[in-house]
Design a protein around this ligand. Structure first.
Ligand code: ADP
Ligand code: GLC
Length: 461
């Protein structure tokens, strides 16, 4: 099939979160399966600065210059080049985001005309669906996070060039303004999200972020397809970021990574103390406030453990994390910032990986931590619930620890279970081994998308 993806971030060119990993890996996996795949994304400043082998594709019929790369056989990445919109330090949160992503969507819609399937991701690419309303192309829209919707004042609608009739409460209008995510949901032939449980959650007021009614109206096409892991990027056997290689069959290197991580963070180098890790965007979604509360509780009870964290975002959460690390320098170490190498080292060096998310469409870090032998402790929501098997299922099956309530108490209890598990070496080894051997490769996800695409592919004339 001739597939065109549109994503506002793609690893390794640009990334603020899992969207970049997921779209890059899905496109790569589809190309490896023999499809002709094009991935379109903006040419941000960070890409200009780091990739000097981009090839010009010209301005044919376009509003912008387009540059291309062919990182894998069957895969072309196209970069939409318009310095006025994209030559900026950060990817998002600019005052003119509406203009920027209307422009991007229009460019993609032009490029998409020869594709059989156009697959757009998240609000930044939502408008591609209505822009292609009259084209005989199979249209797929994937929601990686319904909390970000691209809501703008009504006067921005005119810039889309869409028929006025589309500015209607059944289509793009939302509380008097225009909602790009809603446009994607309403006009796609098929709406998907990144885990089966999140697909069910989106129908509920608690998780639908005001769009639950819209999701309910499309329930017949709303499907949850769990993301995968690109094990070429996220592996413990051939990884330049790690202190030592290891695998489920040979775990010695895991201990060396733990000692190296403790050293890197200036924590006492102790093998026998449970080490918890977390890597996050600091937002309400990730439950960092709960994490802080639970750590504080354990520390006040003088429990012996260590914590290493990496993240950035909300400045109050950044300050609280830093201040906890200052007060307990032998137990808590935090780096505020963004650091891919350190993200790998935390996964490899920690014994447990914490993800107390309020909601989590899929979550990739728990999937990475499973392979890295860092037992995930997760709240049972979205993709976290779909990908981790709780201790309660017995050590022959369990891969992690789950808790239900989004509260300090519930996370505290889960941390207590982790302490007990750590003390029982044999049981810990079994649970860790189960996780390390679980396969979340993209092959399964790719096959699921193939089936879905086949349902909506339009017959060629
Ligand atoms: P989300 O997309 O909601 O942030 P995911 O778990 O799907 O959550 O993906 C997060 C991705 O971003 C992972 O690859 C993770 O390692 C990476 N990441 C998040 N914060 C940082 C950070 N501060 N430094 C390096 N990588 C980070
Ligand atoms: C979003 C979600 C995250 C998901 C990622 C990739 O950023 O917050 O749960 O893993 O997209 O689909």
């Amino acid at each position: 099939m001739n597939i065109l993806h549109a994503s506002s971030e793609v690893f390794p060119y640009s990334k603020t979160g899992g969207l970049a990993d997921a779209t890059a890996a899905l496109a790569k996996s589809q190309a490896a399966a023999g499809h002709a795949v094009t991935l379109v994304t903006p040419l941000y400043r960070v890409i200009r600065e780091n990739f000097d082998d981009l090839k010009p594709l010209g301005r044919a019929q376009m509003l912008a210059n387009v540059w291309s790369l062919e990182p894998e056989p069957n895969l072309t990445v196209l970069f939409i080049d318009e310095p006025e919109w994209f030559d900026r330090k950060s990817l998002y949160s600019h005052i003119d985001d509406a203009e920027r992503f209307i422009f991007f969507s229009k460019c993609v819609a032009r490029l998409a005309r020869h594709a059989e399937i156009v697959h757009a991701h998240d609000w930044q690419s939502g408008l591609i669906m209505p822009l292609l309303a009259d084209e005989t192309i199979g249209k797929v829209f994937t929601i990686h996070n319904a909390a970000y919707q691209g809501c703008f004042p009504a006067d921005k609608f005119e810039l889309t060039g869409l028929p006025k009739s589309f500015f209607d409460w059944r289509q793009l209008e939302f509380h008097g303004g225009v909602n790009f995510l809603k446009g994607g949901i309403v006009f796609a032939d098929l709406v998907t999200t990144v885990s089966p449980r999140y697909a069910r959650e989106l129908l509920l007021e608690e998780y639908g972020c005001g769009l639950e009614g819209v999701f309910q109206s499309r329930v017949g096409t709303l499907t949850g397809v769990l993301n995968g892991v690109d094990y070429n990027e996220w592996n413990t056997t051939d990884n330049p970021h790690l202190a030592a290689a290891y695998s489920a069959d040979s775990l010695d290197g895991k201990h060396l990574n733990k000692l190296a991580l403790q050293r890197e963070f200036g924590l006492p180098e102790l093998a026998d103390v449970p080490l918890f890790g977390n890597i996050s965007r600091f937002t309400d979604q990730k439950g960092i406030d709960i994490l802080l509360g639970a750590l504080e509780q354990l520390l006040s009870r003088s429990l012996i453990f260590q914590f290493t964290g990496l993240g950035s975002g909300d400045s109050l959460l950044e300050q609280s994390m830093s201040s906890l690390a200052k007060r307990y320098p032998k137990q808590v170490a935090v780096k505020i910032g963004y650091d891919t190498g350190l993200a790998h080292r935390i996964e490899a060096g920690s014994d447990f990986y914490l993800m107390p998310s309020r909601f989590e469409p899929c979550g990739l870090n728990q999937l990475y931590s499973l392979r890295y032998g860092s037992v995930p402790i997760v709240r049972a929501t979205g993709g976290l619930d779909d990908s981790v098997i709780d201790l309660g299922h017995g050590e022959d099956m369990a891969t992690g620890i789950k808790f239900g309530d989004c509260s300090v108490t519930a996370l505290g209890q889960a941390l207590g279970q982790a302490q007990e598990l750590f003390a029982d070496r044999e049981r810990l080894a079994k649970v860790r081994d189960n996780g390390m051997r679980t396969d979340f490769s993209w092959t399964r996800t790719t096959a699921e998308y193939e089936k879905l695409y086949a349902k909506i592919k339009k017959p060629t004339a």
